[in-house]
Every structure is written in C-alpha cells, then in structure tokens.
Design a protein around this ligand. Structure first.
Ligand SMILES: C[S@@+](CC[C@H](N)C(=O)[O-])C[C@H]1O[C@@H](n2cnc3c(N)ncnc32)[C@H](O)[C@@H]1O
Length: 259
C-alpha cells in the first residue's frame, strides 16, 4: 500500500501537473473514483460555503477539491503518506496535515462535517476501524454530518485479497457505527451511482497512459497496478461491494440511546 498511496500518488500528481489543470481532480481521486459517488454524498451532507470539512485519508486531495469547487466548503486534509500530502499541496494548494485517522490532530467538535473515502478498509483491523470512526465522530460537532465510502466483504473468505486491506462485512460496519455514537441516516450501494462521465474517464485515461509511459517499469507502479487488479477482480466477482453512507453525529441527548 505504501507504493500505491505514497510514491505513485506523488508521481501521478507530477504527471497531472504537466498535463494541465483539467486533469488534476480526476487524477487525484483515488478511492472515491468518480463524481457520482461524490455528488451523492455532497447532496446529503449539504455543506454550506465557508463550513469546515475534514477529509480523513484525503489521498492526493481530489475529492476535497471537488467538494470545495461544487459547494464552497473549506476542506482541511488529513493524510498519513507524505507523497500524497505533497501531491495535494502541489495540485490544489490544499491545507493538509500529515496525520493518521486514529489520532487526528483536531480538537473535539472542530468541524461542521467530514468525509472519509475508501480509507476504512486500509486500517489494520476492526479495532483500528472502530478507532477511526471514533475519531471522525470526535472531530465533528454534535449534530454534524459525516460521509463515508466503504468497501465491504460480501463473503466470509475473499479469494486473493489485495495486500494490507481488512474489509468488514456490512453488518460489522453498521455495528461499529452505533458503538461510535454514529447514526447511519442513508446508505446506497455505489454501483447504483457509479459511472464516470466520458470527459472524466478520458482525462483519467490520459493521466494513466502518461504515468505508465514514465513509470510503468518501476516496482512501485507494478505493485500498485497489482493491488488495483486484485481489487477490481473482487468487485467484479461480487466478493466485495461498496457503499456510500451518510452518518449523523449524535447530539449529547441522543448518546445514551447508542451506547
Ligand atoms: C484508496 S485511498 C483514498 C484516497 C482519497 N480518500 C480518495 O478517495 O481519493 C486510501 C487513502 O487512505 C490513506 N490511509 C491509509 N491508512 C490510513 C490511516 N490509518 N489514516 C488515515 N489515512 C489512511 C492512504 O494513505 C490513502 O491516501
């Protein structure tokens, strides 16, 4: 995962920077993939101009930049990989802190909203996933909103899963929400919302072609491609599914009901 989320993230940003601004956001949306999932979340999160939104596991900053352009929200990015942090700063001049989702460097209730896209399954297990959800809940103000994009195991044993990922089942994930004082308000499966428009797909293809022309021979890009291949195979076989989820942070008066 280090190759994929650090080195290749930075290389992708270098390529996009050379290709031009119209490539930046598609190149820098890695786990969230395409606009329909982001639009689904933004419509339900309802960010207002100037509100603070923390993007946890922000990668190279594409989803946060998309949200800022669509809604005027002010994103702050938290991302542990230095190459991805540099990519977000290079492409979007984004405010980014190098941080792990299980120890976010923000005070309680700092943000109006947050999202966390394609990140939960990269945690080393269910304890860390619970800790991530607990941190998301802590940094968003009571009554605030959180968006998730998650990959879920639809079978007990995945065949040849990508290295370093831990996919909860839907039941396990939804159990973690109530333990964390989070209420799932709305859920959709991402295949329902998932076709990138042709201009987005075309820009991504141009970036990928140039990335492979420059770096296709490197162990880092070969490893990242293999991770993507394994991921894609599990999704297309139905062993993995993905959901977009709107969560509400419980108000103090609600907390007793969730513990
Ligand atoms: C699939 S990428 C998604 C990136 C971004 N959210 C997007 O949708 O474009 C997963 C991201 O999670 C980050 N990540 C992995 N473990 C993390 C952790 N413990 N805390 C925060 N982020 C983490 C990775 O570095 C990577 O940038």
């Amino acid at each position: 995962m280090e190759a994929e989320f650090n080195t290749v993230a930075e290389w992708t940003a270098l390529v996009a920077a050379d290709l031009g601004p119209e490539c930046y956001i598609p190149a820098a949306c890695r786990g969230s993939g395409q606009p329909a999932a982001l639009d689904w979340l933004l419509e339900r999160l309802g960010p207002r101009p100037g509100e603070m939104m923390i993007d946890v596991g922000a990668g190279s900053g594409g989803p946060a930049a998309y949200a800022a352009r669509r809604t005027g929200v002010q994103p702050v990015l938290a991302e542990p990989e230095p190459g991805a942090c540099r990519a977000a700063a290079r492409l979007f001049e984004a405010p980014v802190v190098q941080a792990d989702a299980i120890a976010l460097p923000f005070g309680d209730g700092t943000a109006d909203l947050a999202w966390c896209l394609g990140v939960l399954c990269t945690a080393p297990g269910s304890a860390a996933q619970r800790a991530m959800l607990g941190q998301l809940r802590r940094v968003v103000r009571p009554g605030g909103r959180i968006g998730l994009l998650v990959y879920l195991a639809a079978v007990a044993e995945l065949t040849d899963p990508p290295q370093g990922n831990h996919f909860p089942s839907s039941g396990e994930l939804h159990g973690m929400f109530s333990q964390a004082g989070l209420e799932a308000v709305e859920v959709a499966s991402t295949p329902d919302v998932a076709q990138p428009p042709p201009d987005w797909a075309g820009r991504l293809e141009i970036v990928e072609r140039e990335l492979h022309r420059r770096y296709g021979h490197t162990p880092q890009l070969i490893a990242a491609d293999e991770q993507s291949r394994l991921f894609g195979r599990l999704l297309s076989s139905g062993q993995l599914t993905s959901q977009v989820i709107l969560l509400r942070v419980a108000e103090p008066r609600d907390v007793g009901r969730h513990r």
